[in-house]
Ligand binder design. Structure first.
Ligand code: ATP
Length: 378
């Protein structure tokens, strides 16, 4: 475990023995008085697919542009392949980038677009021809060499942009929301293709998106960002199961907050109560809080189940039951909800006994993966 000064436990990165491709040490970027990126510590292993995920304006593109060399940090250092590149210009960093709008040269053919970076690096003509042919074949673009970008579909333009980024054999592939211009079906198939090519070439990739399902399905690890800060760096599963704070919890997947009271904190575990129900949660997010303090329990829809009325359950009334095929999404009004209706997901066969809107319901909580956070002061 590598612990960096200024990093919270949630942003420490386990890189023991790993081959590091990119490292950011305390990188800060300001635009005038505004801080777009605040003390970013990030380590990316060679061949890793790392996603920067967060809402609009949180600093994802700024971080990507800092790695590409299009921006210079106000503080901190950037390393690629162990070499300090903070002051190295973009063209000398050996990064390949794909922009949201692809930014293909409209007057050049597909082959010339792809060859551009190699010509700029004075690669020999035969070698250029060989590499362009190979990458176009890999990107399923053989036969399109002489077309202009306007004679291609959105998906084909996307593939040309990827080919152009990959043909230079970059140390790092930078992808800035590359799927956002594609329609839903094409998006899904391009995601599979990009992941396949990335895996086959083993190229270290930094991928920017605000789409959590895209991030969860593609990434080895995800850095969740908010307001210029990296909140947590983890695998998709760990982010879903063990969110470090309420922002990460609410940004990744679905869930509801329940008003809870801390009953006891002992070692790694805390017990919180919600009405009659008691739930064991990790104590780390509640550190420093005493028994009797208010907290918010974060529960995923699948942590909740319909319980017998007399059990240690919380009570509510069904507001809506929405049949979803294999399961039913139940929306429940309960006085224990911290802000809005509780959402629970139950198997369709378990919904048979629920009599309908307004029906009283008792809800049990399977505490295994529940997590509680301090209640924010209002
Ligand atoms: P989006 O998903 O909308 O692209 P983002 O997470 O990529 O957002 P950034 O583009 O990195 O966010 O911007 C982070 C913050 O820095 C924003 O508040 C933005 O307005 C600001 N910012 C970015 N570039 C500049 C600039 N050149 N000059 C001034 N402010 C900037």
């Amino acid at each position: 475990m590598l612990s960096r000064p200024g990093s919270s436990p949630a942003t420490q990165v386990d890189t023991a023995g790993a081959d590091i491709a990119v490292r950011l040490d305390g990188v800060t970027k300001r635009f005038g008085p505004a801080t777009a990126l605040d003390q970013a510590w990030l380590t990316i292993g060679r061949g890793e697919f790392m996603t920067l995920l967060g809402p609009s304006g949180c600093g994802k593109t700024t971080l990507l542009n800092l790695v590409a060399g299009f921006l210079s940090p106000n503080e901190g250092e950037i390393f690629i392949d162990g070499k300090l590149v903070t002051d190295v210009p973009a063209f000398a960093r050996q990064t390949g980038i794909v922009f949201q709008n692809y930014a293909l040269f409209p007057h050049m053919t597909v082959a010339n677009n792809v060859a551009y970076g190699l010509k700029a690096r004075h690669v020999a003509k035969d070698e250029i021809r060989r590499r362009v042919t190979n990458i176009l074949a890999m990107m399923k673009l053989t036969g399109f060499e002489d077309r202009k970008p306007r004679e291609l579909s959105g998906g084909q333009q996307q593939r040309v942009a990827l080919a152009r980024a990959l043909v230079i054999e970059p140390k790092v592939l930078l992808l800035d929301e590359p799927f956002s211009a594609l329609d839903k079906n094409l998006r899904a198939s391009m995601q599979v293709e990009v992941k396949e090519v990335q895996r086959r070439l083993g190229v270290t990739t930094i991928f920017v998106t605000h789409d959590q399902s895209e991030a969860l399905s593609l990434s080895d690890r995800i850095a969740v960002m908010s307001q210029g800060r990296i909140c947590q760096i983890d695998t998709p599963e760990a982010l879903y199961r063990k969110p470090a704070d309420r922002f990460v919890a609410s940004f990744i997947g679905e869930g509801s907050l329940l008003r809870a009271t801390i009953e006891q904190v002992q070692g790694d575990t805390a017990i919180v109560s919600i009405g009659r129900a008691k739930v064991a949660v990790p104590s780390a997010p509640l550190s420093g809080l005493a028994a009797g303090t208010d907290a918010d329990l974060f529960v995923r829809p699948e942590h909740l189940h319909v319980a017998p009325q007399d059990a240690c359950a919380i009570e509510g009334r069904v507001a809506a039951a929405i049949y979803q095929g294999g399961h039913v999404d139940l929306y429940v009004d309960t006085p224990h909800a911290a802000n809005e209706r509780l959402m629970m997901r139950i198997a369709a066969r378990d919904a048979a006994g629920i009599s309908g809107t307004g029906a009283p319901i008792a809800i049990g909580i399977s505490g295994e993966d529940a997590v509680a956070f301090p209640r924010p002061r209002v």
